[in-house]
Design a protein around this ligand. Structure first.
Ligand SMILES: NC(=O)C1=CN([C@@H]2O[C@H](COP(=O)(O)OP(=O)(O)OC[C@H]3O[C@@H](n4cnc5c(N)ncnc54)[C@H](O)[C@@H]3O)[C@@H](O)[C@H]2O)C=CC1
Ligand SMILES: O=C(O)CCC(=O)C(=O)O
Length: 411
């Protein structure tokens, strides 16, 4: 199922549970603004290459719109739209004063040189600089982008508007980035997993984890889970998949992946078929790469008891239904991966205040925010007799609906 159809279906189900007025429901679903821009750059060999960039600003009822910028060959308007909508509900679940947005450029970042990536990022920023800003829309990294991408965006934006570090988050620490932001999404995944397992009388220690994706989110999640005593037994990335039933040596895998630009060829495990990774026998499955990977074709074969959605929209609604019947518990993306945007909020606050926090404070506050979001979600599950996804959706949608009604529509 297309990402937008799936996300909108979840939203509509939540709106129904909340008994939202149908006109309000419609207004919450329609994006505030959709931007599509042409980005042409000279390549290193002098030839021209054209790309299409998107920024969808979904909702700003609770504050400036917030969300990452993705560089991936499959970026398309519907997907960006869905991801922007998810950001609106995610920032509300985290209870941080933001709305939702997402951006992306349809490109293969691995095929571009550093200078080509810099030119592409600068052209994209030139095209959207009037529509983003500290109090309007604050981008951050997502798949295929990183702190360096944010540094180029900040620099390009500042040419038009003066030096403005708070216009992007996930920046390098040298430019006002927050300590702890790089690891934040993975750390949030750890805290959220701990909260879920604790409800079932379990801890991270001794659980067997399988992780799809070994980029920013997957690699940090793997490191922190290992430090907490969990056993990561299989991992995949775009280059392949590896397995070691005794537990993979994650610090060694991090080194290997940095040197070889992927996990392929790692000597500390056996190569396995990447297409069977999600159905490996394990306790906890952590999709941390692409959307739509858990679907009606593989849901029946999944053996994990818990799925922690570190990626955005990894599970199709049809798979949700199949997994619910099997008794698999799913911690939804808008809660499980909210650690990234939560520490982005801390970064923005630090930039605006001109006062930097130490890493221990960032991590402590993050734990508090994730624990609160989990408790609030569980309260909604009890109130509406629903699963964790609908608990999180009703929580987020209700907060945005309340803000919208309070602000009113008078011209
Ligand atoms: N970076 C962040 O702070 C946040 C990211 N997310 C989500 O987490 C997911 C991962 O994002 P990042 O780690 O930032 O991206 P990244 O670009 O750092 O890493 C992506 C990883 O996915 C792997 N991958 C790509 N295609 C794959 C495939 N077909 N099979 C297996 N692995 C594949 C890549 O090899 C890489 O290891 C995305 O869904 C993103 O939207 C969610 C919240 C915040
Ligand atoms: O850190 C942020 O502002 C956004 C991160 C993001 O894109 C996400 O949570 O999906």
């Amino acid at each position: 199922m297309n990402a937008l159809a799936a996300t909108s279906r979840n939203f509509k189900q939540a709106a129904k549970l909340l008994g939202l007025d149908s006109k309000l429901e419609k207004s919450l679903l329609i994006p505030f603004r959709e931007i599509k821009v042409e980005c042409t750059i000279p390549k290193d060999d002098g030839t021209l290459a054209s790309y299409v960039g998107f920024r969808v600003q979904h909702d700003n009822a609770r504050g400036p719109m917030k969300g990452g910028i993705r560089y991936h060959h499959e970026v398309d308007p519907d997907e960006v739209n869905a991801l922007a909508q998810l950001m609106t509900w995610k920032t509300a679940v985290a209870n941080i004063p933001y709305g939702g947005a997402k951006g992306g450029i349809g490109c293969s970042p691995g095929d571009l040189s550093i200078s080509e990536l810099e030119r592409l990022t600068r052209v994209f920023t030139q095209k959207i600089h009037d529509l983003i800003g500290i109090h309007t829309d604050v981008p951050a990294p997502d798949m295929g982008t990183n702190a360096q991408t944010m540094a180029w965006m900040l620099d390009e934006y500042s040419k038009f508007h003066g030096y403005s570090p708070a216009v992007v988050t996930g920046k390098p620490v040298d430019l006002g980035g927050s300590l702890g932001r790089d690891a934040a999404t993975g750390r949030g995944v750890l805290f959220a997993t701990e909260a879920l397992l604790a409800e079932h009388g379990k801890g991270i220690a001794g659980q067997r984890f399988v992780i799809q994706g070994f980029g920013n989110v997957g690699s940090w999640a793997a490191q922190l889970i290992t430090e907490a005593g969990g056993k990561v037994i299989a991992i995949s990335d775009v280059t392949g998949a590896i397995k070691n039933s005794n537990g993979l040596d994650i610090p060694e895998l991090v080194k290997h992946s940095a040197e070889k630009r992927g996990i392929k060829g790692f000597a500390g495990g056996d190569a396995v078929d990447p297409s069977s990774l999600l159905i490996e026998d394990c306790d906890v499955l952590v999709p941390a790469a692409l959307g739509g990977v858990i679907n009606k074709d593989n849901a029946n074969d999944i053996k994990a008891k818990y799925i922690i959605e570190a990626a955005n929209h990894p599970t199709d609604p049809e798979a949700d239904e199949i997994l619910a019947k099997k008794g698999v518990l799913i911690l939804p993306d808008i809660l499980a991966n909210s650690g990234g945007v939560t520490v982005s909020y801390f970064e923005w606050v630090q930039n605006i205040q001109g006062f930097m926090w130490d890493e221990e404070k960032v991590n402590r506050e993050l734990r508090t925010y994730i624990a609160r979001a989990f408790r609030d979600t569980k309260d909604m599950c009890r109130a509406h007799h629903c699963d964790l996804r609908m608990g999180a959706f009703t929580l987020g949608v209700n907060r945005v609906a309340r803000a919208t009604v309070l602000r009113g529509w008078e011209a």
